[in-house]
Write a protein that binds this ligand. Structure first.
Ligand code: FES
Length: 119
């Protein structure tokens, strides 16, 4: 089986050889990494990583949680990504991607409309 060397840049540059048909999250866990995960099917962003160099395949349409612009910027979801070349990645980058839709707060009137007594 063809495989590729995956360098985890922000984990002391450790290198793991991963078969081309394996999802990166599973393969890295088997190599001893403790990585964040949630759904394991591409829906939650918890396992997000940044590909600094190289290519992965997540074209099976399973990276549901990634916006196209995030994928274009090199972010991947390790639970649904398989290596296609040797890669260098940073893991644990979910905070870079999460968009808080309420970061600007709700207007006062919007908040009171949802309260029990309507104040
Ligand atoms: S664990 Fe949820 S997207 Fe990977």
């Amino acid at each position: 089986m063809t495989g590729y060397d995956i360098t985890i840049r922000n984990r002391e540059g450790r290198v793991v050889h991963v078969d081309a048909d394996r999802f990166l999250l599973e393969a890295l866990e088997d190599a001893g990494f403790r990585l964040p995960f949630g759904c394991r099917f591409g829906a939650c962003l918890t396992c997000a990583a940044s590909v600094v160099e190289g290519e992965v395949d997540q074209t099976q349409g399973r990276a549901y949680a990634l916006r196209p612009e995030q994928a274009a910027d090199g972010y991947v979801l390790l639970c649904v990504a398989k290596p296609r070349t040797d890669c260098t990645v940073d893991v644990g980058v979910r905070r870079d991607l999460y968009v808080n839709q309420f970061r600007n707060g709700m207007r006062r009137r919007d908040r009171s409309a949802g309260s029990r007594d309507g104040r």
